[in-house]
Design a protein around this ligand. Structure first.
Ligand SMILES: Nc1ncnc2c1ncn2[C@@H]1O[C@H](COP(=O)(O)OP(=O)(O)OP(=O)(O)O)[C@@H](O)[C@H]1O
Length: 609
């Protein structure tokens, strides 16, 4: 059972927390660029709203003083009083409307920002290298970044509210200073302990959440396998529900306890520290009452001052605790920006050359060796061979021999650790990556079954041509997927898979025919089929490959198959063992050699393999 690893539990320093604020300007830029109009509208409305509290308090003071003057007979004209009441009503109405508009803008803008971040995240992830996806640390980063795409709406309104409250407090403070500047000092002293406490706890929470990223990722994974269509079949037949729940409960419980400890501590300290603020308020209140009794200030001023003191106190507390929340969110934001900082290693060089229009010399493996990042074992070792122009080469070898690795190197999904792969005598690394990818089509054994429409599932082979129905249908005919599609109720418009409404599930072999059609969607000069036909019966596979070889004419092809009846159709066969070239030649040549290929061929012919 997975146990929490050694985690870094110490919290971040105040300096680190403050330095995270540097993420706010780029974040604000992101909001601004998402919608200038909404951001501006939001800021204007909040600025107007921030003056309202002071205006309301002042009008309240005038109302009370007017009433008292009328009662005492110091005044007879009620007009001023009613004007003030009407003004207060007007302000209350305006404030309500503005608040509603702000909430609306916040949520709309928040949605747009989160959509935009998600799009950027998908785009950036697609740019990264394949090996980066095979690294757990990378997944943690990706996971943390992914979580930031939706949660940041709150941060946005927090920053804007902060701006609004700071202006409000400035106005309220000005009123208070006129009366007694010491009250302001008292106010600040009262909220500082609570602020420091809050930010300390925020740092602890951040450290805790961060150090638990691998477990939270595992929890998400367990939740997913425990309740998803993809796994339902095996979870049921193997009776895995208990195993998954126990594993989930163990991890979730540990996380809950770690979290609870902190939450309880936070609540206890939080209430103690905010009590100091309450005491300060009542201290100031007593002082103001004494001044009123002494006749130094009017009752209206008393309500104005106590009102503005109390509002300022709660506002200041809010500003301070919100500040630490913002700093905290800014730390999380760091995860998002960190992810965007990760750059792929496999890139086009400046001055990269385009893929040749027609291959004349072919591909040459020049003493190529390759280790997967983070592993010690050579997956490919000292491999040298020449793939001639137009040649159809079959790769054979036992499981784990390195066949898929070889084609991944050929498509530059990875780069050789040693040696080089040359195309037309030039290192593959010198070619423009996009032009290279456009000219190499691969269908992997673990190709994706997209829960899209049938036509779209074929179009993914060359997504730029998704509107070209004729090309999609021709590709389907070439891979024999047309017979599958003809039987679907909505034909090319048929939703595939069971995840969405009216989806139709296909058999393994039917899916493979659809996936194979992707290879025909683009005019690639090198086509690679990495066992995408394993679910077809031997006759169908033979037919598919025969058609494939005929249809691609003079283009290069690399085929991987465990069926010798298919393999023998290739011009030459490369036999790999432990990443090394064991035998290379035509079917007849290899049989004559009477080596490993011949041995396996005869075994299969007799029905033993
Ligand atoms: N992403 C990876 N990270 C680390 N090692 C890997 C990775 N993919 C494959 N390997 C290792 O590299 C070796 C070659 O694997 P490869 O997938 O190329 O074999 P294969 O010949 O295609 O096998 P099969 O016939 O089973 O598809 C294996 O030992 C495998 O464990």
């Amino acid at each position: 059972m997975a146990r929490p690893r050694n985690r870094q539990t110490e919290s971040l320093s105040y300096k680190e927390q403050f330095s995270a604020l540097k993420n706010l300007p780029p974040f604000f830029r992101l909001i601004w660029e998402t919608s200038k109009g909404m951001t501006l509208g939001n800021v204007i409305l909040r600025t107007i709203n921030s003056v309202i509290p002071l205006a309301m308090l002042y009008i309240g003071k005038e109302i009370i003083d007017s009433i008292i003057a009328l009662q005492n007979g110091d005044a007879v004209d009620q007009e001023y009083l009613w004007i003030m009441v009407a003004l207060e009503l007007g302000l209350a109405v305006i404030s309500t409307l503005i608040n509603r508009a702000i909430t609306l803008l916040d949520s709309l803008l928040g949605d747009l920002v989160s959509n935009r971040t998600s799009v950027d995240l998908i785009r950036h992830a697609a740019k990264l290298d394949l090996y980066q996806f095979e690294n757990a640390e990378f997944y943690d980063k990706l996971e943390r970044a992914r979580r930031q795409t939706t949660g940041r709406t709150i941060l946005m309104s927090q920053i804007l509210s902060q701006f609004q409250d700071v202006i409000s407090i400035f106005f309220l403070g000005a009123g208070l200073v006129v009366f007694n500047p010491w009250l302001i000092l008292l106010l600040f002293l009262a909220v500082i302990p609570s602020f420091l406490g809050e930010s300390r706890f925020n740092q602890w929470t951040y450290s805790l959440t961060r150090s638990w990223t691998p477990e939270r990722r595992e929890l998400d994974y367990l939740r997913y396998i425990g309740a998803s269509d993809e796994f339902a079949k095996e979870v049921k037949t193997f009776n895995l529900a208990d195993f998954i729940t126990k594993r989930f409960a163990y991890l979730a419980d540990k996380y809950y306890h770690a979290n609870r400890k902190l939450a309880v501590k936070r609540a206890a300290w939080g209430s103690g520290l905010s009590m100091i603020g309450t005491l300060a308020y009542y201290g100031a209140y007593v002082f103001i009452i004494i001044q009123t009794i002494g006749g130094i200030i009017t009752i209206g001023t008393l309500t104005f001052l106590s009102g503005s003191f109390s509002r300022m106190q709660s506002m200041l507390q809010r500003i301070m605790s919100r500040f630490s929340q913002i700093a905290d969110s800014a730390l999380y934001l760091q995860d998002l920006f960190d992810f965007f900082q990760i750059e792929p290693i496999i890139n086009s060089k400046s001055g990269a050359i385009a893929f040749p229009e027609k291959i004349r010399e072919g591909f040459r493996f020049d003493n190529v060796s390759f280790k997967y990042p983070g592993t010690e074992r050579w997956a490919i070792r000292n491999l040298s061979f020449h793939l001639l122009p137009g040649e159809k080469l079959a790769l054979v070898g036992e499981n784990g021999a390195g066949k898929t690795t070889l084609v991944k190197l050929l498509a530059r999904l990875y780069e050789p650790t040693e040696g080089a792969i040359l195309l037309e005598g030039v290192d593959l690394r010198e070619y423009d990556l996009k032009s290279l990818r456009d000219n190499i089509g691969i269908i992997f054994q673990d190709y994706m079954r997209f829960q899209f429409r049938a036509g779209e599932n074929i179009a993914v082979g060359n997504i730029g041509m998704i509107e070209d129905a004729e090309l999609i249908e021709t590709s389907a005919r070439k891979s024999l997927a047309d017979t599958v599609i003809e039987e679907l109720p909505d034909r090319y418009q048929q939703m595939l898979g069971r995840r969405f409404a009216d989806g139709v599930e296909l058999s393994g072999g039917q899916w493979q025919k659809i996936a194979l059609a992707r290879a025909y969607m683009r005019d690639a000069q090198l086509l690679i089929l990495d066992e995408p036909t394993s679910a077809l019966d031997a006759r169908a596979e033979h037919e598919v490959f025969q058609r494939f070889a005929d249809l691609i004419e003079d283009k290069n092809a690399v085929l991987i198959s465990h069926r010798f009846s298919t393999v023998r159709m290739a011009d030459r066969i490369l036999f790999l063992e432990n990443g090394q070239l064991l035998e290379l030649g035509s079917h007849e040549e290899l049989l004559a050699m009477n080596g490993k290929y011949a041995e396996l061929f005869h075994l299969q012919a007799q029905g033993y393999v």
